[in-house]
Ligand binder design. Structure first.
Ligand SMILES: Cc1cc2nc3c(=O)[nH]c(=O)nc-3n(C[C@H](O)[C@H](O)[C@H](O)COP(=O)(O)OP(=O)(O)OC[C@H]3O[C@@H](n4cnc5c(N)ncnc54)[C@H](O)[C@@H]3O)c2cc1C
Ligand code: FES
Length: 264
């Protein structure tokens, strides 16, 4: 983990409500694993005072640049769009947190994401493809143009199932597609981000099939590395949920086993 002033390469509209920031940060990009995040300080501004955490969307093949896909929610992300333009420096700390684990012998995996939670998954799809693992994507969003990164998942050759809440023809939910595909496809692992409902459903399916499943959590954060205890969630300490405990998402996560966070 290191702090760096990363030159901004681009910061452009991605799709729907989302923007894509790309920065030059070779030492961070080279060390990043899928599911890890970076903590960005909005420069030349005391408000917001705290850094803002973002999943890394993708790293370029040379591992010199990293991308963040973000939705403008409040002051921090609005200033990110306005001030982090080419020529500016992006003050970031990373890589932070614990990323996804891709089993060595995995052949087929399922990636399940909703809304901006999808942004945590393309880097995992890239890693899977590089290792010859087939990934099938199950993506949902409020509207079709908010289905972030659908073309990235498709480019790796796996199937991509989508659901947009505002599209009347989309009768089947992504979990319907996932359940149906799981009847004929032996997934070796599942990964989910962006919705507690999806986490619970993926966990149920993973338990039924006896395979690992992991979820990236997106809690409010302050320090980003385990010092302030501002991002604590209650987790299961055993698979039956009989024993419960507390974990910092930034430090123990953001990636957890779904059985740990299915009722977080
Ligand atoms: C590990 C991690 C990875 C993340 N990855 C991404 C990403 O890839 N792309 C992306 O757009 N966002 C991501 N987020 C969320 C992102 O950090 C927030 O959207 C951002 O901090 C909002 O800052 P702001 O100043 O614009 O909004 P604020 O003014 O801080 O908040 C505006 C509104 O958004 C809500 N909000 C802020 N942060 C969160 C959050 N973490 N969860 C739910 N609601 C929140 C606030 O309650 C408030 O209602 C991630 C968060 C975490 C913890
Ligand atoms: S954000 Fe400070 S401990 Fe997690």
């Amino acid at each position: 983990m290191e702090q760096t002033d990363a030159p901004v390469v681009s910061n452009t509209h991605l799709t729907g409500e989302y923007w894509l920031l790309e920065v030059e940060a070779p030492s961070v990009a080279a060390a990043l694993e899928p599911g890890q995040f970076v903590n960005i300080r909005i420069r030349d501004s005391l408000a917001p005072f705290l850094r803002r955490p973002f999943s890394v969307y993708r790293v370029n093949p040379e591992k010199t640049r990293l991308q963040v896909a973000y939705k403008i929610l409040g002051n921090g992300t609005r200033l990110m769009k306005e001030t982090l333009q080419p020529g500016a420096l992006c003050d970031l700390i990373g890589p932070l947190g614990k990323g996804f684990e891709l089993p060595e012998d995995a052949k087929t995996i399922a990636l399940v994401g909703r809304g901006i939670g999808i942004a945590a998954l393309p880097m995992l799809a890239d890693l899977a493809a590089a290792r010859g693992v087939t990934s099938h994507a199950f993506l949902s969003a409020r509207s079709r143009d908010n289905l972030v990164g659908a073309e990235i998942f498709a480019s790796h050759g796996g199937q991509v199932f989508t659901h947009a809440d505002d599209t009347p023809d989309d009768v089947a939910l992504v979990t319907d597609h996932l359940l149906r595909m799981a009847e004929s496809t032996a997934f070796d692992a599942m990964y989910v981000c962006g919705s507690n409902r999806l986490i619970r459903q993926v966990d149920k399916l993973a338990r039924a099939h006896g395979i690992p499943a992991q979820s990236a959590m997106e809690q409010h954060m302050a320090c980003g590395f385990g010092d302030c205890h501002g991002c604590i969630i209650e987790v299961n300490l055993d698979r039956d949920g009989e024993s419960r405990g507390y974990r910092e998402v930034c430090h123990h996560g953001p990636v957890f086993n779904t059985w740990e966070v299915a009722n977080a």
